[in-house]
Structure formats: C-alpha cells, structure tokens
Write a protein that binds this ligand. Structure first.
Ligand code: AHM
Ligand code: MG
Length: 339
C-alpha cells in the first residue's frame, strides 16, 4: 500500500508541545487559531480580483496611510480568531492606535498578548503581488485576571515566545518559530491544511541578493550608500555584483532572502528618522525568525531584539538577512559615522 508522509500544522504543534514540559497547550492552541485565521484571509486574498474587495476603504490607519479593504478584513479575522482561542488577553495591531483588550470570561485569564500587522504590503493587492501577515506573541507582564496593559505590548524582543508570518503568494505559507528553530508549512488547497514543507529552515551565512527601495538612494545615510555601492561592485572572485531584488512586500522579500541568502534593508531618511517599519509587529517577529534560522537583524548598530520599544507602533531602521552581509553593513555604517 502506498503511504503518504504528511505532517499537518496541528499534528506538528501537538508533537512539539513535548518540547515545553511545563506548557499546558495554550500556546499550541493559539498557533492553531492563527492557522485558521490565515486560511480565512487566504481564501479572500485569492478571490480579491473577483469580488469588490479591492481598493481603499476610505479610512486612514494610525500610521497616516490609506487602509485597503483587505487590511480591515484581515484585521477583523485575526482579532476574532484570537479572541475565540481564549488564549490571548490583548492585541496590538497596525490597524488600531489603541490596544485591544479582551475581558470576556474566556480571555480574561489568558496569559498571552499578540501583536500583528494583519496585512503587510497591502498596497500590492491591487496588482496581484504577494502580501503577508506578521505576528509576535509575548507572555503578559501585567496581572492575569485583569485587562492587558500598555506595558505588555512594549516588551523587549528577547522576551518573545513565538513569532511568524503568513505569506499569501503563489502558494500560501505559514512560517513560525517558538525559539527552537524555524518551520514552514504550505497550505495544500485540496485538503485545506497547512502541511510541513520546510522543516528546520536555515539561511546561508553569505548571500548574493540585496533588497532595498533604491529610489530613495539620495536620502540614505552614507554608510548605507557605501554598502549599496559595495553590493554593485565587481570583485575579482566574481562574488559580486549581487542581485538586486525588491518586491516592496516585507514578508515576500524576507522569505525569498531567507531561502536564497541575502539582505533586506529599510534605512532611515531625513524625513523619516526612524525608518518606516514598525519594531513590535514587523521587525521583531522577522528578526526572531532570522536569528532562529542563523541570520541576523539590526537597526544598523543594535540587535533588533534588544531594543526596548517606547510604543507598540514605534518605527525603527531595519536590516535583516544573512549574518555576514548584516555584519558588513554594520561595519560600513560605523566607519562612515567615525569619519
Ligand atoms: P505597510 O505595513 O503599510 O504595508 O508597509 C510596509 C511595507 C513593507 O511590506 C515593505 O517592505 C515596505 O512597506 C515597502 O515600502 P516602500 O514602498 O517605501 O519601499
Ligand atoms: Mg500593513
């Protein structure tokens, strides 16, 4: 008889629970609910060209950007799924200035908080380009049984207990870590299950892709400009020039570089001194995954996971990818600041 060796996300979660001897299954249940929300959002994303979901919803989000209809939909789906899980007492989302707290009977004793960008790169939907959901999970520091507080959402990244992203691309993937390596699951649409497709993901020490919005070159700090020139230089060994690849969708750009080896850069500029990307729900989760896969994430000087946020919506310059490439960039930034 032919055998099929499929590990679904739920099976994998149950097996991995043994890695946490004192865990009672709360985090496992939470991750399973993320999978459910991802499937619902995926279904809508795949139909986005067919139904009246495209275009802006007419609101402006807390970052001052136009919201797309799909952002709102994804936000609502994840918030509902997480509340239904009963394992989350509060959520910070890119779509809400205020944190969302749950004090229903099921959620008020929950010990986890959740931060997310429900639909990152959403301006790409209208042109059929990959988008993603990014999330991080922390244990609350405020008292269980009471409403979650702001202090729960501004914890330093090293306290993260899990992080991940969903990539709605040519196939849909859920990639996550609980601090014991990174695993990727591809949604098999025929059975409606996320199946383990990329176990123990590792990124290469050296890479040959650089990803940056080069249209902003004139505004970049000197060290970043030098690094870009370095990427483009011909070297005698033939390792450079590197390939330039930029989708403009963080999850998709990061995922490609994770698999192939490369660096993603979002520098500060005179008009955006902290860059564009948000520390707590964009950079932290991606940084945790990068590190767990052997890579590195930095703001140019400091390890991303060591930065203490002032607010859940704080922005930070972001450089992430193959370790040796981020090291080289950091060296060039510090050299240019010494001169
Ligand atoms: P968003 O959260 O409003 O979608 O913005 C985040 C996105 C990232 O996915 C991407 O890396 C970046 O913005 C692209 O910005 P730019 O268009 O300035 O290159
Ligand atoms: Mg977004």
């Amino acid at each position: 008889m032919k055998t099929y060796n499929i590990t679904t996300l739920n099976e994998f979660i149950i097996r991995r629970q043994a890695d946490f001897p004192y865990a009672k299954g709360e985090l496992s249940r939470l991750i399973s609910h993320i999978g459910i929300a991802a499937k619902i959002v995926n279904k809508k994303v795949k139909k986005a060209g067919l139904v009246d979901l495209l275009g802006e919803a007419g609101n402006v989000n807390v970052q001052g950007e136009d919201q797309q209809k799909m952002d709102i939909f994804a936000d609502e789906v994840f918030v509902s799924a997480l509340q239904a899980s009963g394992e989350v007492c509060g959520i910070a989302t890119e779509e809400n200035q205020e944190i969302i707290t749950f004090d229903d009977n099921l959620s008020k004793d929950a010990k986890y908080i959740f931060l997310m960008d429900p639909l990152d790169g959403s301006s790409n939907i209208d042109v059929n380009v990959s988008i993603g959901t990014i999330f991080s999970i922390f244990r609350r520091v405020s008292k269980v049984g009471h409403k979650a507080k702001n202090e729960d959402f501004v914890q330093v990244g090293t306290q993260m207990v899990a992080a991940g992203y969903v990539l709605y691309g040519s196939s849909t993937m859920l990639v996550y870590t609980t601090g014991k390596g990174v695993n990727g699951f591809t949604l098999d649409p025929t059975i409606g299950e996320f199946c383990l497709s990329h176990s123990d993901m590792r990124t290469t020490e050296y890479g040959s892709i650089y990803s940056i919005n080069e249209g902003n070159y004139a505004k970049f700090p000197e060290g970043v400009k030098k690094y870009i020139k370095y990427c483009q230089e011909i070297d005698p060994e033939g390792d450079r020039p590197y390939k330039s690849r930029y989708i403009g969708s963080l999850v998709a750009d990061f995922h490609r570089n994770l698999l192939k080896g490369g660096i993603f850069l979002y520098p500060p500029s005179p008009s955006a001194l902290e860059g564009k990307l948000r520390l707590t729900y964009e950079c932290n989760p991606i940084a945790f995954i990068a590190e767990q896969a052997g890579g590195k994430a930095s703001d140019g000087k400091n390890r991303i996971l060591d930065i203490k946020p002032d607010s859940p919506h704080q922005r930070v310059p972001f450089y992430v990818g193959s370790r040796s490439m981020v090291d080289k960039l950091e060296d060039m930034i510090s050299e240019s600041e010494e001169n």
